[in-house]
Design a protein around this ligand. Structure first.
Ligand SMILES: NC(=O)C1=CN([C@@H]2O[C@H](COP(=O)(O)OP(=O)(O)OC[C@H]3O[C@@H](n4cnc5c(N)ncnc54)[C@H](O)[C@@H]3O)[C@@H](O)[C@H]2O)[C@@H](O)CC1
Ligand SMILES: Nc1ncnc2c1ncn2[C@@H]1O[C@H](COP(=O)(O)OP(=O)(O)O)[C@@H](O)[C@H]1O
Ligand SMILES: [K+]
Length: 478
């Protein structure tokens, strides 16, 4: 059993692949072996989470997830805990493995409680696992509600009940801990998954994934980019930030500051507000230029940040010429609205010019011609659809940022938190990615590395210190 921490990458498997892995293992092992292992692992983790717990409520559901709970309850009772077991369903209708777990529970002298306990030290959520097919209703919904009311730690078996394991969508039990079994599922790490799952643990039940390919990866820390002694500023590439229409100069400045602090050799700032050129940017390292004088074919360009509608006039030049390109915010809205810009964007891949789009869910919805809820309902699919449609790397921002590229499994970023939900942090990310592109990292790696470090910086931000985008930019790459 391992705690899933952002110190390495992990393969993620969808429900269909998990079912195939489970079936192959069931065929090779004596019946009931997997559920025994699952129940024992659950009971052990329960003990580790709440070593002094006296009363533990195990809320079981009608399928094999409930069977895991029944098996765990038998162990916990044998170890001297008061196991209060409820079952939202009919024991006679349990599937074969869960029925066997039920019989073992009865043989151990335990029975079902008629209702949840008024108080307990730990709840085990064994209502639904990967079989969750529709929103929780009836006895399952009542048990989930009671669990929320108890106010004690909740250990979810496999997935928090109600959560869609592939997508992280769905109204789910809010667990403090989740023990994923057999495989790690992508839904635990994006959309509502991070809030529902709490701290994630993984037990492979001694079953290797075999020939199954992961549907996605949970990203690990990027490799360090050492700066050689025998190098100079030209070794780290040049970034230009184009954005900052009237009233929004700050967005471009944040991106430029992030690019500078993330290690770009030189950074040009090209504000689209002519008046902004007269503002002292506070960063003497930046080189102020008019965008039309930039040597685009030798630059990593971050375009959009606060660009307003003015950025649409720049894109016909930037899209075909920039050596590498990050499109953010208003640049994405312009592309979504103009078919000619979309054609120029797609053409970049034919010339192998690296391109990264960094939409938040609303921008992604505009680019896909759909709605924000539709994007959030399946973030992995949305990011992959965007990458395929525009033939480039896509960073779909938000909790569990997804990084996708055509023809390869996407990555989900494990770092970051709602402390980043403050104006300008997306501009910082755009500039940071541009700095890594300027350094020569391939687009997917640049997106993944910058997103990981950006989130990690937020995770490590001192608790009492407000996180604002300017300060984040100043610590980019640090
Ligand atoms: N088969 C096995 O031996 C193993 C199963 N495992 C566990 O079994 C789980 C999968 O078991 P199942 O496939 O039985 O699926 P679940 O236990 O997740 O639930 C499926 C059952 O719930 C019903 N259901 C789904 N959504 C509902 C809703 N909203 N309201 C009411 N009923 C609903 C389904 O009709 C079905 O009867 C895994 O998540 C894992 O916890 C693990 O123990 C590994 C081994
Ligand atoms: N709740 C959250 N959890 C994790 N990351 C978040 C959360 N909210 C925002 N972020 C991150 O903060 C950044 C915000 O970007 P964006 O929405 O473009 O803001 P802005 O336009 O103000 O710069 C993104 O990197 C996003 O992933
Ligand atoms: K569960």
């Amino acid at each position: 059993m391992h705690q899933v921490a952002p110190d390495r990458s992990w393969p993620l498997f969808d429900v269909a692949a998990t079912r195939r892995i489970e079936q192959a293992a069931q065929a090779a092992l004596p019946p009931f072996t997997l559920m025994q292992r699952a129940g024992l692992a659950t009971a052990r983790l329960a003990l580790a989470i709440a070593p002094h717990a006296r009363r533990i409520w195990i809320a079981c559901g009608p399928g094999n997830n409930g069977g895991d709970g029944l098996e765990a309850a038998t162990h916990l009772a044998a170890w001297g805990k008061e196991a209060v077991v409820t079952l939202a369903g009919d024991p006679a209708a349990l599937p074969a493995d869960a029925k066997r777990a039920w019989e073992r529970l009865r043989q151990a002298g335990l029975d079902l409680a008629p209702a949840p306990p008024h108080d307990c030290d730990l709840c085990i959520d064994a209502l639904l696992g990967i079989g969750a097919a529709r929103p929780l209703q009836g006895g399952l919904a009542a048990a989930a509600q009671a669990m929320a009311g108890v106010g004690r730690p909740v250990l979810a078996i496999d997935v928090p009940s109600g959560l869609h394991a592939d997508t992280g969508a769905g109204l789910a039990v809010r667990a403090t801990h989740t023990l994923a079994l057999l495989t790690l599922k992508p839904g635990l790490f994006t959309a509502g998954g991070r809030d529902a799952a709490g701290q994630v643990w993984f037990d492979d039940l001694e079953v290797p994934a075999g020939p199954e390919a992961p549907c996605a990866l949970l990203a690990g820390p990027p490799l360090a980019q050492p700066r050689l002694h025998a190098s100079h500023k030209g070794s780290y590439g040049d970034v230009a930030v184009i954005g900052g229409a009237p009233g929004m100069a700050g967005a471009a400045l944040l991106a430029a500051s992030a690019a500078l602090h993330a290690g770009a050799g030189r950074v040009y700032l090209a504000p689209l507000d002519p008046a902004a050129a007269r503002l002292a940017p506070g960063l003497p390292e930046l080189m102020l230029r008019d965008w039309s004088s930039l040597p685009l074919p030798s630059l990593a360009v971050a375009c959009g940040c606060g660009g307003g509608t003015a950025v649409a006039d720049v894109l016909p030049q930037v899209l075909p010429q920039a050596a590498s390109l990050v499109l953010d915010a208003d640049a994405l809205n312009a592309v979504a609205a103009q078919a000619d810009l979309q054609a120029l964007l797609r053409a970049r891949s034919q010339r192998s010019l690296p391109t990264v789009l960094t939409p938040h869910p609303l921008e992604a919805a505009r680019l896909l011609g759909t709605s924000t809820p539709a994007v959030q309902a399946d973030r992995l699919a949305a990011a992959q659809a965007l990458a395929a449609r525009y033939a480039c790397v896509v960073v779909l921002k938000g909790s569990g940022t997804v990084i996708a590229a055509p023809g390869q499994p996407p990555a989900i970023n494990p770092t970051g938190s709602a402390r980043l939900a403050t104006g300008g942090t997306g501009d910082v990310l755009a500039g940071w990615i541009a700095a890594l592109l300027a350094h020569g990292l391939p687009a997917f790696e640049a997106g993944q590395a910058a997103v990981f470090r950006h989130g990690q910086l937020a995770d490590r931000w001192p608790a009492g210190e407000p996180l604002v985008a300017g300060a984040l930019a100043a610590r980019a790459g640090g």
